[in-house]
Design a protein around this ligand. Structure first.
Ligand code: ATP
Ligand code: MG
Length: 237
């Protein structure tokens, strides 16, 4: 369970993230949805621990992860990352990529890698290298890699935006299934309303650094908080 409380982030005197408060429950996908520049990636980076906030605190399963004084390093947060530009390591095989964040006995690591690659239907590519895979296949390896250490929280920043339309639908559905099976709390960033409608259990609509509305996709679609929100959802096909 991820709890974000009253997070601010200031760049050049401007509050880019402004009082963001949000909870993400295990086994659920929460979408942080909003237009370009509204502060989505900044929020995600603070949770991941690669940036710091100017106010507020973050907890995972009740444990303090960071406030304005204390910061747990990224690798101790039990957070998995999947970003659009978060590429695989080109010089490592598929198996080595997936095993990258794993510790423990070799046989157990290998078993986890094999199980995950089977799960994303890429078992036959276990000894291949990233350049031998298609974009969609690389994306599935990236998912397996992020999930390998069994993170409590999965952070995804526009992970599907590099894929063509048909492939994107397929990978979204498969990713969703795997995420549900693994049971992580998922925070997915997107600027596409239809992606949020398709994947989210809960949507947090963000604008100008603030969360302006939050709820089930159906509720946001049917009862947008204002005209701008209505316009934002109106071009869903
Ligand atoms: P997009 O959908 O385009 O990815 P976003 O919602 O992820 O947008 P952010 O990347 O969080 O937006 O950026 C929010 C605002 O903060 C932008 O105006 C951006 O220019 C600014 N910003 C982000 N990082 C920095 C930084 N390191 N220094 C200064 N300004 C920054
Ligand atoms: Mg972004």
């Amino acid at each position: 369970r991820l709890e974000i409380r009253h997070i601010d982030r200031i760049f050049g005197g401007r509050k880019v993230v402004d009082g963001v408060t949000l909870q993400v429950l295990p086994g659920q996908v929460t979408c942080l949805l909003g237009p370009s520049g509204c502060g989505k990636s900044t929020t995600l980076r603070i949770i991941a621990g690669v940036d710091r906030q100017d106010a507020g605190e973050i907890r995972i399963d009740g444990q303090l992860v960071c406030d304005t004084v204390f910061r747990l390093p990224p690798e101790r947060r039990s957070v998995g990352l999947m970003f659009q530009d978060f590429a695989l390591f080109p010089h490592l095989s598929v198996a080595e990529n997936v095993a990258f964040g794993l510790t423990g006995p070799k046989a157990a690591r290998r078993a986890r890698v094999e199980a995950l690659l089977d799960r994303v239907a890429l078992g036959r590519f276990i000894d291949a290298f990233p350049h031998e895979l298609s974009g969609g296949e690389q994306q599935r390896v990236a998912l397996a890699r992020a999930l390998a250490p069994r993170p409590k929280i999965m952070l995804m920043d526009e992970p599907f935006s590099g894929l063509d339309n048909r492939l994107r639908d397929e990978i979204r559905d498969e990713t969703l299934q795997v995420l549900k099976e693994e049971g992580a709390a998922v925070l997915l960033v997107t600027h596409e309303p239809d992606e949020a409608m398709r994947m989210a259990d809960e949507i947090a609509l963000m604008r100008g650094g603030r969360i302006v509305q939050q709820g089930a996709p159906y509720n946001l679609y049917n009862a947008p908080v204002d005209r701008a929100a209505a316009a934002f959802f109106s071009d869903i096909n």
